[in-house]
Design a protein around this ligand. Structure first.
Ligand code: HEC
Length: 127
């Protein structure tokens, strides 16, 4: 096999691998701020209860993004909810689970980065 053919085969396999990635990973790899937000969310235990596209204990973050995208002051609202915890807004999907507050466990900047990321999910991932 010549070098050119080998190169094409490698390129094709890489493309297949890239297309097969989960939507979360597209967000992660294509958006630097998104990737910082994912690290913060993972380090603070958010992903134990949340995922981007599916409801685990807490609602799918894409659904959160869809619900609040037209709400005035959505960012401040979600920051406040993350600080103080949240309950009763997602009962239909979460069977009444509560979310603990993160005040004092995360910096304002960390919460702000994660909220920007969540609110942008509506447009940054498909499905
Ligand atoms: C122990 C599980 C758990 C953890 C950990 C958790 N959440 Fe939640 N989260 C929930 C539940 C349950 C709800 C739905 C609460 C409700 O019905 O109001 C929720 C709701 C939310 C909402 C929507 C709030 C609303 O009122 O609509 C946001 C935003 C959110 N979580 C972000 C986060 C972030 C960011 C973290 C990490 C810093 C995090 N969550 C960690 C369980 C969790």
């Amino acid at each position: 096999m010549n070098c050119y053919k080998f190169f094409l085969i490698v390129l094709a396999s890489l493309s297949i691998a890239a297309c097969d990635m989960h939507p979360d990973m597209h967000t992660l790899s294509s958006n630097k701020e998104g990737s910082a937000a994912r690290v913060i969310a993972a380090n603070n235990g958010c992903m134990g209860c949340h995922a981007v596209a599916t409801t685990i204990v807490g609602p799918a973050w894409k659904r959160v993004s869809q619900r609040y995208k037209n709400t005035e002051n959505a960012k401040d609202l979600l920051i406040a909810k993350i600080k103080s915890g949240s309950k009763g807004n997602w009962n239909a999907e979460t069977k009444g689970q509560t979310m603990p507050g993160f005040e004092g466990r995360m910096t304002d900047e960390e919460i702000s980065i994660v909220v920007d990321y969540i609110l942008a999910l509506d447009t940054t991932i498909q499905n």
